[in-house]
Write a protein that binds this ligand. Structure first.
Ligand code: F6P
Length: 426
């Protein structure tokens, strides 16, 4: 039986739970044993060794895939703690902290899950299995521990859902795997038989990020939900802006990528947008912005909305600060101006329909990619291109995404956009 673990990593995004649900459910139908890793790579590094031992007797409902339910004991106090295939929990596996959606940072990090454990997860925001930006996993020591924990749990395939940083970590883990295994064998942490059996780690990446900043895929899981969130906020801002005939400078997320800002600007009729990939044509930018807004006001517009992508105010790249924009709007155009930073309201909340559909389709593809993987095939990132689910080599996608960041840093904006997405460039 292939044992597949799934984890979510980096900044959460709507749709991550739908990824976990799809992978767990489809994996079960393919005869795999399914696991979740709580708290991202951090959970992989920590593993289950320090988990407290379970003392209480546990009982559960047995569900089979046809939906039949059989009560196996009379105390179902932790209803979610059962395996979908009906296998009894072993001693030590039933602590309440083991709930795959548990909130405690103690307990087991790598947990076997079944069909019912992920029921309804497509509609939940954030990530119920937790996420982290793990410093430990960035060290070789941490990755050694992660490899040991996976092998000790008998897991031979890993699905990682996260942004470019998390997938860079996945790529590194995969490329280092043979040397990690050989170090673990040398230190006696794993046996020779284990070293031979786990000689290759199957790994697949799914892109969960609100930023939509990954190369070689048209869209990332969570980006459209975040865009919806921004639109809702913009509608709210617009009505108060209209009432007072005010200007608003709105800061949106997106890290180095201007996709959220640009799409929000189009969706909400912004007057001016600052994105890292295309700084204002004129330097200084004040004239260009004021000319545009003045024209719009002359044409009778009561509201002024300027969107600043967070990447545009990164001091190293292209320092446009919301407060500076406000000063210019107030002093040069005499507009009563306010600044609003939407912050993490953009990232939270229930996924829109697209962020349920995309992760479901991609989760299925991810399991297939893992089951079809051989030592010769590359590790894949599951993407989407022209409305089709795709598999692209993880290493290439990661490399291209990193080149975009370098190009932006070098102020080679045309190159950055063509590397990220040629169509976006046009
Ligand atoms: O990558 C997603 C993202 O929300 C970015 O848009 C933002 O720059 C960053 O994460 C914020 O990270 P944190 O939640 O750790 O402050």
């Amino acid at each position: 039986k292939t044992k597949i673990a799934v984890l979510t990593s980096g900044g959460d995004s709507a749709g991550m739970n739908a990824v976990v649900r799809a992978i767990v459910k489809y994996g079960i139908t393919k005869g795999c044993e399914m696991f979740v890793v709580r708290e991202g790579y951090e959970g992989l590094v920590r593993g289950n060794a320090d988990a407290p031992t379970f003392k209480r007797k546990v009982s559960f409902n047995k569900h089979d895939l046809n939906g039949h339910t059989e009560l196996l004991d009379d105390t179902s106090f932790i209803s979610n703690l059962r395996y979908g295939d009906g296998t009894l929990l072993k001693e030590g596996e039933g602590d309440a902290m083991d709930h795959p959606g548990g909130r405690s940072l103690k307990g087991r990090y790598i947990i076997r899950v079944g069909w019912d454990d992920v029921r309804g997860w497509f509609a939940e925001g954030g990530t119920l299995i937790g996420t982290a930006r793990s410093a430990a996993f960035r060290t070789r020591e941490g990755r050694l521990s992660a490899a040991k924990n996976l092998i000790h749990e008998g897991i031979d395939a890993l699905a990682v859902c996260g942004g470019d940083g998390s997938l860079t970590g996945a790529d590194l883990f995969r490329s280092e795997w043979p040397s990690l295994v050989s170090d673990l064998k040398a230190s006696g942490d794993i046996t020779e038989t284990q070293a031979n059996y786990y000689a290759h780690l199957k790994i697949v990446g799914l892109v969960g990020s609100i930023d939509n900043d990954m190369s070689m895929t048209d869209t990332t899981i969570g980006a459209y939900t975040a865009l919806h969130r921004i639109c809702e906020s913009m509608d709210n801002i617009n009505s108060t802006a209209f009432s007072h005939s005010r200007a608003f400078v709105v800061e949106v997320m997106g890290r180095h990528c201007g996709w959220l800002a640009l799409m929000a600007g189009i969706s909400c009729g912004a007057d001016f947008i600052f994105i890292p990939e295309r700084p204002p044509k004129a330097h200084p930018w004040e004239d260009e912005m004021c000319d545009n807004i003045h024209r719009h006001r002359e044409a009778g517009k009561r509201t002024t909305i300027v969107i600043v992508a967070e990447g545009a105010h990164d001091a190293d790249l292209n320092p446009i600060r919301a407060e500076d924009v406000k000063t210019v709007l107030s002093e040069r155009l005499g507009l009563d101006t306010r600044v609003t930073c939407l912050g993490h309201t953009q990232r939270g909340g229930r996924p829109c329909a697209w962020d349920r559909i995309l992760p479901t389709l991609q989760g299925v593809e991810a399991v297939d990619a893992l089951l079809e993987a051989t030592p010769e095939t590359p590790s894949y990132m599951i993407g989407m291109h022209e409305n089709k689910i795709t598999r692209v080599p993880l290493v290439e996608a990661v490399k291209m995404t990193q080149s975009v960041a370098v190009a932006i840093k070098d102020k080679d904006f045309e190159k950055a956009m063509s590397l990220r997405d040629p169509e976006f460039c046009e």
